[in-house]
Design a protein around this ligand. Structure first.
Ligand code: SF4
Ligand code: SF4
Length: 360
């Protein structure tokens, strides 16, 4: 991506800050410390946006925001709330749980809408917010917004170079879709959130631990194995986001529904010199080669933009529009992604600032 002029970069950054500032005023109300914390965080997001546009490097600043948000999310929901409540009785709305309990979720939406109380409906329909995001930045949610994905990405960045080479997974790359179907079927049959109870390595709430000690031990074995293997150790060794790429039901769902997003990362085969660097750096194993040796991105692309930054031929971009009439929409995509990331993280990061400052 070419460096942007100072004027253009500053203009776009101020645009991001302006929208986030309005949201901050609306959501903070008369709570002045909270408003100041929200405005401070909005400034951080806008500054990172400025650096992206000005330096022409997307992934570095995106990753800073993404990983920092994930770290602060855990600080708020696992540390501060744990201290306040003893455990986490009020877990945030979890999009991974939503994906893995889709049928139950649809049912709850119907009940919420039928209740006629917009406040109840509003809380329960956080899911519609995620759907709205999917229809705008699509799979970009997995590399710009998801506070769980930031943990996986953080560990995948610890080693400067991969210690183990991860071979192109071929047809195994579709494994998460099969796993999602399995989870949905079992959840539907059992009427229980099976993924949350057995597979989730983040466990934002204590509610899913079984009371029976033997079952609880079995849950703990799976929990620690997935956390250690898929979120920490293999990402460190390979530089790939293993939990996000192979286990996360939300990632699998968004790889299908994200097709509705107008944005896609595409490789211009005329410009591509077939160096293979995009495939090497892609943390989501979302680049593959065709039978004729051409490189192409797949539905599992999370729009992290690492390949865009590294491509020596400037062959990769974020496009939208029907094929044939495609336009380069990188600037708009980045703008929207930062807005969504800033708005969602703005609902919990300022609280962390206030708690650290002793004001909460
Ligand atoms: S990094 Fe660029 S030039 Fe190299 S294979 Fe990928 S798209 Fe082609
Ligand atoms: S294809 Fe490029 S933008 Fe998509 S996930 Fe891989 S590195 Fe990121």
């Amino acid at each position: 991506m070419k460096n942007g002029s100072f004027r253009k970069s500053a203009g776009l950054a101020f645009g991001i800050l302006g929208v986030l500032a309005v949201l901050s005023f609306v959501s903070a109300g008369r709570d002045v410390p909270l408003l100041l914390a929200k405005l401070s965080w909005s400034t951080v997001v806008a500054f990172l946006g400025f650096r992206i546009y000005r330096d022409g490097v997307i992934s570095r600043y995106r990753a800073i925001l993404f990983i920092l948000t994930a770290f602060l999310f855990f600080l708020e929901f696992k540390f501060f709330r744990f201290i306040s409540f003893g455990n986490t009785p009020s877990a945030p709305y979890c999009h991974i749980a939503e994906a893995s309990t889709l049928s139950n979720f649809v049912h709850s939406q119907v009940l919420a809408i039928k209740s006629g109380d917009w406040r109840v409906w509003g809380v329960l329909t956080m899911g519609f917010l995620w759907l709205l995001i999917i229809f705008t930045i699509g799979q970009g949610i997995c590399s710009w917004v998801c506070f769980f994905g930031g943990i996986d990405e953080g560990f995948s960045k610890i080693a400067k170079r991969p210690i183990l080479k991860f071979k192109a997974p071929g047809r195994w790359r579709d494994l998460p879709i099969a796993f999602l179907i399995f989870i949905l079927v079992v959840t539907f049959l059992q009427g229980l959130p099976v993924f949350c109870s057995w597979f989730c390595p983040f466990k934002m709430t204590e509610a899913f631990w079984a009371a029976d000690p033997v079952t609880r031990k079995a849950q703990a074995v799976l929990f620690w194995s997935i956390l250690a293997g898929a979120v920490i150790i293999i990402p460190i060794l390979t530089g790939k986001r293993i939990f996000c790429s192979f286990i996360c039901p939300f990632g699998a769902l968004v790889s299908i529904s994200g097709k509705a997003s107008p944005y896609a990362v595409t490789i211009d085969k005329e410009k591509c010199s077939r160096c293979g660097k995009c495939m090497e750096v892609c943390p989501s194993l979302a680049v593959e080669t065709t039978a004729s040796g051409e490189y192409k991105t797949t539905n599992f692309c999370t729009r992290c933009s690492k390949c865009i930054d590294i491509c020596p031929s400037d062959a990769i971009s974020i496009f939208s529009g029907p094929s044939g009439a495609r336009i380069d929409t990188r600037d708009i995509f980045i703008f929207l992604s930062l807005l969504v990331a800033g708005a969602l993280s703005g609902s919990f990061v300022p609280n962390v600032f206030l708690r650290l400052a002793g004001l909460r």
